[in-house]
Design a protein around this ligand. Structure first.
Ligand code: DGL
Length: 278
């Protein structure tokens, strides 16, 4: 057996939104050990520059690689959009982003060649979804909109608030007019707003939540690299690292995961700085 099989999978995000991806990975790969990294001191990534996101993502990738982990999932759409290719050149282990799995999932549903994408300002500005569609199905026209208020609303726990509903109506109305047949939730936090978004969208528009597709993709990648842990591991471990307020992470994550986390450790951004490329 490949002696790296038992190593954990690393999953990182700017904060706790990536737990939506973690949840699916845990479900589809119950035998895998997992290390989750949430950069809670420096969230949000969505409003920061490309260079800053590349720097933060590089630090975290090197930190995870040093643990070591056997593969890394970049659960954050903004980091996947700005930094994925660079991260792949930094380490030799497989690195999986969330943009391509989301595009593949939408492409399977696609009938009218018109797909909507919502995400952070960084993700939308990067054109990552448009560029990935150009590779996978150039016939698709992508209509996109950034929704910068969604992340703070989720962080505030206002998933079903009337204010959230009004803001979502405002963000989505232009997209609805374009006659799209599916809408990709291109941000870790947006699956947590799916109920609100569903109420606003006409039934003809499918919502694409890429986290299941991401989890399937990581399974495929592990299989292809002989890294899948198939032993019925009774001592599966999950470890969480955050860069600020572990207690806050523990209490908010309970709403997302439905249970309390125990294994949460603080890593300072000063410590991460030593992994910078500069
Ligand atoms: N994780 C980010 C993303 O998916 C959303 C939160 C943030 O802006 O950091 O783009």
């Amino acid at each position: 057996m490949n002696n790296r099989v038992k190593l954990p999978i690393g999953i990182f995000d700017s904060g706790l939104g990536g737990l939506t991806v973690y949840k699916q990975v845990r479900k589809i790969l119950p035998n895998e050990n997992i290390v989750y990294f949430g950069d809670t001191a420096r969230v949000p990534y969505g409003s920061k520059s490309k260079n800053t996101i590349i720097d933060f993502s590089t630090q975290i990738t090197k930190f995870l690689n040093e643990i070591p982990v056997k593969a890394i999932v970049v659960a954050c759409n903004t980091a996947s959009s700005y930094a994925l290719e660079i991260l792949k050149s930094i380490v030799t282990i497989p690195i999986i982003g969330v943009v391509e799995p989301g595009v593949n999932a939408a492409n399977k549903q696609n009938k009218k060649n018109k797909v909507g994408v919502i995400g952070t300002t960084g993700t939308i500005k990067s054109n990552s979804y448009k560029n990935t569609f150009k590779k996978i199905n150039p016939n698709v026209t992508v209509f996109s909109n950034d929704c910068p208020l969604f992340v703070p609303l989720v962080e505030e726990g206002w998933m079903n608030h009337s204010v959230t509903y009004q803001i979502a109506e405002e963000y989505l109305k232009g997209l609805i007019e374009t006659d799209i047949d599916s809408l990709i939730l291109g941000c870790t936090h947006y699956p947590l707003l799916e109920d609100v978004i569903r109420k606003i969208l006409p039934d003809s528009i499918q919502i694409i939540n890429s986290s299941t597709e991401v989890a399937r993709e990581i399974k495929r990648v592990l299989e292809n690299n002989n890294l899948l842990n198939i032993s019925n591991n009774e001592n599966v471990t999950t470890k969480f690292f955050v860069t600020d307020y572990p207690q806050k992470f523990i209490s908010i994550s309970k709403n997302i995961l439905g249970h309390s986390l125990e294994n949460v450790e603080l890593i300072t951004t000063e410590y991460l700085d030593k992994f910078s490329e500069k």
